[in-house]
Design a protein around this ligand. Structure first.
Ligand code: TYD
Length: 137
């Protein structure tokens, strides 16, 4: 059973040169699961909250490729909030963790690298169902 203390920030390789920086996430190298999907969230209106769900099996790396936002993680017992504000840091959200994303700066881009393709059945949208899922796991 995963808990929020296992969801850590991972420092990605940063290749610097005069013309800027490049960070890379590569299967079998900088990520502990195989990449099945990448999506990104942008044009988030100031003050909006996103997330508010958990995944039964999906794992993710979440990266603020531009700007910043907060992610609150909750394992049913403990909560912690992580501010993502550097393009070379990935937050590893393990399976079975409730997350809420808040306080996007204007123009922020949230890139998510995911272990599975999109599957509606993998979502838990209701917080009481999430607590039941955690108790039964
Ligand atoms: P959702 O995962 O709920 O986004 P957030 O947690 O950031 O609020 O997804 C929002 C909508 O986009 C929802 O209708 C499902 C759809 N969606 C896809 O069709 N494919 C995807 O890969 C993802 C992540 C979402």
């Amino acid at each position: 059973m995963e808990n929020i203390f296992n969801c850590n920030l991972v420092e990605l390789q940063k290749i610097k040169n005069r013309a800027g920086n490049l960070s890379v996430v590569e299967n079998s190298n900088s990520i502990p699961f195989d990449i099945a999907r990448v999506y990104y969230i942008y044009d988030v209106p100031g003050g909006s909250d996103r997330g508010g769900h958990a995944h039964k099996d999906l794992e993710q790396y979440v990266i603020a490729v531009s700007g910043a936002f907060d992610i609150q993680l909750d394992d049913g017992k403990n909560k912690k909030t992580v501010r993502l504000d550097r393009p070379f840091l990935a937050l590893h959200i393990k399976k079975g963790i409730w997350r809420e994303t808040r306080n996007f700066t204007s123009g922020a881009i949230c890139m998510v690298i995911a272990s599975h393709k999109y599957d509606y059945q993998d979502y838990i949208h209701d917080y009481e169902d999430f607590l039941k899922f955690r108790r039964n796991e």
